[in-house]
Design a protein around this ligand. Structure first.
Ligand SMILES: [Zn+2]
Ligand SMILES: [Zn+2]
Length: 184
């Protein structure tokens, strides 16, 4: 399954946003926090730089998190539709900066939380209609509740990109093997 960059970018941004609250630690509380997030997840368009804008993004973050815990496509579709209905989407093709033609879901002066919500919903929408919702996963590490999107060809991604969890698991498995073989 090959996804468009609009889809993969939207999904990656959604996961990054959701993971700003991970293992009980919230790193999206202030305007400065939002600035930092937007250096990772680039969003063109207007910024207000207000606390209200941060709060609106935090709210959409929790709506997106719910998509990762949706039990089936029907539930996820309902959540996506609700986000799309609230974000007054006006999809159009555009080409700007160094980016090739891609889809914008909202006008550039729409509230930031709407733009982030709509782009994320667009990505998830593609997973639902192609029956790939299972690619929204939670990190396989016991001590990590970060979310991830598995867009690998063989659907094999298990660990998040946030907490170095894949490496930690490899090291733990290596140590366990050494212990078993008595090498210590
Ligand atoms: Zn753009
Ligand atoms: Zn993790």
């Amino acid at each position: 399954m090959l996804f468009t960059s609009d889809t993969t970018d939207g999904l990656a941004a959604a996961a990054t946003l959701v993971n700003t609250r991970r293992n009980g630690v919230d790193t999206l509380e202030t305007v400065a926090d939002l600035d930092a997030l937007l250096r990772v997840v680039s969003m063109s368009g207007e910024r207000l730089g207000t606390q209200a804008e941060v709060d609106a993004v935090r709210e959409i973050r929790e709506r997106l998190r719910a998509l990762w815990s949706a039990t089936d496509r029907a539930e996820a579709a309902g959540l996506v539709n609700a986000i799309l209905a609230e974000t007054t989407t006006t999809p159009y093709l555009t080409k700007h900066d160094e980016l090739d033609w891609h889809l914008h879901m909202t006008e550039q002066d729409a509230p930031l939380a709407h733009r982030m919500g709509a782009e994320a919903a667009m990505g998830v929408l593609d997973l639902i209609r192609t029956d790939n919702l299972a690619r929204l996963r939670t990190c396989a590490a016991d001590d990590c509740d970060a979310v991830l999107v598995d867009l690998s060809r063989n659907s094999s991604k298990r660990y998040c990109d946030t907490g170095n969890c894949g490496n930690r698991a490899n090291v733990a498995a290596y140590r366990a093997r050494r212990r078993e073989s008595g090498e210590c």
